[in-house]
Design a binder for this molecule. Structure first.
Ligand code: NCD
Length: 322
């Protein structure tokens, strides 16, 4: 594995290998000293062109726990947009010879473009509404810890599926691991032909009480244009699709990638209910992202160029160095 651009590129074996790696890293992290020397002397650059709390902090912590040096760049709104400026930024930062570049972008396919401009391994931390592979891996890891195997498990993904990269990556990951996935929401928020990814579709919550897992999504207002009317009103949406204490069974597990809009997709009380895995998902983010760095980088030497080119010290004719 050279880059991690999407779950679509991974086989079941590759996903399971990453989850197994995360398991063994989690065991190592139980000791008092949480730092491993694996990436000592190597640099990891994070480029976040969209807001992030959980994803950026856990990538950062994951890199630090593996002893890498980290550089984080955040560009908000229009200061860095697409095309040339992304390329310029990547090429500039590649001069430091990073081992990996983590990219979050509002543009579908941006991380794939970055692979053409750097020797570093590229990790997709979310590209528009396309994929968010490390989120799906940490969700699969969290579920595997709870349920053992995902084979035959019934997972409902509920809410704004249309704008959700988390939904897409999770449908791919969970079905590859043997789960049955149903996506649920109003027809305006379910993409056409989503069944092609291997899931079923439901436009009502009827039947969701049979699910082992309810995975609820945020209404992604930032991906909707002004004037788009995907739902009649937030109140109407909540009435039909909000997961509340009555709709969450005692033996069902509740997941959400965060950030939660309490009172919209989830009622405030269920966020902290015993069935909620939301905090476990956040904690899993660190070990799973460590596992991704480990798989992509451990045992692989520095790429040619970059730091080597930038820091090579030419010998002086008299044998001294400058
Ligand atoms: C998700 C994202 O950014 O795609 N959040 C996350 O990474 N934890 C989902 C969201 O923003 O609703």
């Amino acid at each position: 594995m050279r880059h991690l651009l999407g779950i679509g590129d991974l086989s079941r074996d590759q996903i399971e290998r990453l989850l197994d790696r995360a398991d063994s890293l989690a065991q190592l992290l139980e000791r008092e000293n949480k730092k491993l020397p694996t990436l000592s002397g190597r640099t990891i650059v994070s480029l976040f062109f969209e807001n992030s709390t959980r994803t950026s902090s856990s990538f950062d912590l994951a890199a630090k726990r593996l002893s890498a040096d980290t550089v984080s760049i955040r560009a908000q709104g229009s200061s860095v947009t697409k095309g040339e400026s992304l390329r310029d930024t990547v090429q500039t930062l590649s001069a430091y010879g990073p081992a990996a570049i983590v990219v979050r972008s509002p543009f579908v396919g941006a991380p794939g473009m970055v692979t053409r401009w750097t020797d570093a391994a590229v990790i997709n931390a979310g590209d528009g509404k396309h994929e968010h592979p490390t989120q799906a891996l940490l969700d699969a890891y969290t579920l595997r810890n709870r349920l053992g195997s995902l084979d035959g498990k019934n997972v409902w993904i509920i809410g704004d599926v249309l704008h959700s990269r988390v939904a897409r990556s999770n449908i791919l990951a969970l079905t590859k691991l043997g789960a049955r996935v149903t996506v649920c929401g109003p027809p305006t928020l379910i993409p056409r032909e989503i069944e092609a990814l291997g899931c079923s579709v439901s436009y009502t919550l009827e039947g969701s009480n049979e699910a082992d897992v309810l995975y609820v999504l945020r209404m992604q207002n930032e991906r909707m244009a002004a004037g788009d009317n995907f739902i009649p009103s937030v109140g109407e949406y909540a009435k039909r699709f909000q997961i509340n204490g009555e709709r969450l069974g005692a033996r069902q597990l509740l997941m959400h990638p965060g950030p939660v809009n309490r009172g919209v997709e989830l009622s405030p009380d269920v966020v902290d209910a015993p069935q909620s895995l939301i905090t476990e998902q956040v904690a899993a983010g660190v070990v799973v992202r460590m596992a991704v760095f480990y798989e992509l980088l451990a045992g692989r030497g520095e790429p040619e160029g970059g730091q080597k080119r930038a820091t090579a010290v030419a010998p002086m004719p008299d044998g001294a160095t400058r």
